[in-house]
Design a protein. Structure first.
Length: 239
């Protein structure tokens, strides 16, 4: 990114917000703080963010609810903060649209590394308003939509863009470049350049489930991204 990345930290713990803000400001980020969803909304109305650091456990509207409504309106990367032992929060957070998570207590340097990874993924070319004619190899059909490998976006048959986060694009691209081949979860993590995801929670399964809701004619009966039991997944381009 050419401009200073705009970060919003949403956490009800005053000391944690102050610690993170001091560190990230020293690392060259522009940081704004919010104690909850209302303050986050006010910040976003004033200026968009490049990344959100969002705690799960907050009074009132919790982080999961915030992540769900933010993701419904935006593809801004979300780094979720979860309790160290709460696997459920991690799983549900990914299902709600979080891109990555960090367990408390965390190392500030690891937080910075995960942030930079998310920000790199989010940097994508802005497509022109008028699209050129379809080029061989540029568009890959995924069920009821098409993946535009050049513009890094998902479009329907009317060329209308569909919501897609940077990490979701990376995973679809991995499938697109290896069609009709069974890929293990570890292989998919490598292909999507996402080795920083932890393997504990089968996060790849959650992301695939999210993608199926976007591409499959019937997500309850996957025919495009199929499960290969004991192996992983396969992107099927032929009957």
């Amino acid at each position: 990114m050419t401009e200073t990345a705009q970060i919003i930290v949403i956490d009800d713990e005053v000391e944690l917000r102050a610690m993170v803000a001091e560190y990230l400001t020293g690392q060259g980020f522009a940081v704004r703080l919010a104690a909850g969803g209302a303050e986050l909304d006010a910040h976003l109305a004033e200026r968009p963010a490049d990344l959100l650091i969002l705690d799960v456990n907050m009074p009132g509207e919790d982080g999961l609810a915030i992540a769900r409504r933010v993701r419904a309106a935006s593809t801004v990367p979300i780094l979720m903060l979860t309790a160290a032992s709460d696997v459920v929060d991690k799983v549900v957070g990914l299902e709600m649209g979080a891109d990555d998570y960090l367990t408390k207590p965390f190392d500030l340097r690891e937080m910075r590394a995960r942030m930079r990874s998310l920000l790199r993924r989010a940097t994508a070319p802005v497509p022109e308003a008028a699209q050129p004619l379809e080029e061989p190899g540029r568009f890959v059909r995924f069920g009821r939509v098409r993946l535009d490998l050049h513009a890094r976006r998902l479009v329907d048959d009317n060329d209308q863009p569909q919501p897609l986060t940077a990490m979701e694009f990376d995973l679809l691209e991995a499938f697109a470049r290896h069609p009709n081949r069974a890929l293990s979860r570890d292989r998919l993590l490598d292909l999507a350049h996402s080795r920083d995801w932890e393997a504990f929670d089968r996060s790849i399964d959650i992301r695939v489930a999210r993608l199926r809701r976007k591409v499959e004619p019937d997500p309850t009966k996957p025919s495009v991204i199929k499960t290969v039991h004991g192996v992983g997944y396969i992107f099927v381009t032929r009957p």
